[in-house]
Design a protein around this ligand. Sequence first.
Ligand SMILES: NC(=O)c1ccc[n+]([C@@H]2O[C@H](COP(=O)([O-])OP(=O)(O)OC[C@H]3O[C@@H](n4cnc5c(N)ncnc54)[C@H](OP(=O)(O)O)[C@@H]3O)[C@@H](O)[C@H]2O)c1
Length: 215
Amino acid sequence: MEQAASIPLVALTAWQALVEMANLKKGQKVFIQAGSGGVGTMAIQLAKHLGAVIATTASEKSFVMLKDLGADVLVDYKKEDFESILKNYDVVLNSQDNKTLEKSLRILRPGGKVISISGPPTPDFAEAIGASWFVKLILSLLSSGIRRKAQKLSVQYSFLFMRAEGKQLQEISKLIEQHVIRPVIDKVFPFEQTNEALEYIESGRAKGKVVIKLK
Ligand SMILES: NC(=O)c1ccc[n+]([C@@H]2O[C@H](COP(=O)([O-])OP(=O)(O)OC[C@H]3O[C@@H](n4cnc5c(N)ncnc54)[C@H](OP(=O)(O)O)[C@@H]3O)[C@@H](O)[C@H]2O)c1
């Protein structure tokens, strides 16, 4: 049950970013930020299954685990600048701050795609969720800077907010049953320690998922 609980959010996020939006293909180069996090551990395994070449950022203590999951190029974000190492990438899965997002645009080849799960949201996203004209206007202003920079570099910027999708979960379940993807769980907390679990997540140090057990 712990393993099952750890899957949907991160696996659907990885699927919607890499399969649905990026249409990641065999041989393409993808940069997945924070490979040791919940989304990162899932996205690396899915990208490997799709046949991509994977670069990721993490601290050195996670390198063995990340190689084991399928990462090809490992960048220690505490000591190295990924922008000076990675060139001509096809896809970036961005999950960090604005500075990292801007740098990510510059490692893409022309026509490459950056999909951000940490913002800023775009007017296209507002359209997709049926938001009002006012929300669309706000999101247009919020994302105008990054969209302009992406356009200048001839790359695409998109925002993803994961949605529930049963059919995709069925595909993901098949990959888990075939041992192509495995759940990565850092810690399981009893329900009574929910506050401690949230504090641990907020520390930004979790390796894979943190699960709360009800019984
Ligand atoms: N839009 C959506 O639908 C959606 C869905 C899911 C998640 N998210 C968002 O995506 C982000 C990532 O979520 P998550 O659950 O994967 O995070 P997480 O599990 O909390 O990430 C923790 C990991 O991030 C690594 N890390 C911390 N700072 C880093 C940096 N500067 N560069 C590279 N790695 C770094 C840490 O590695 P070390 O311990 O080695 O330092 C740790 O392993 C969050 O902002 C979350 O809210 C959005």
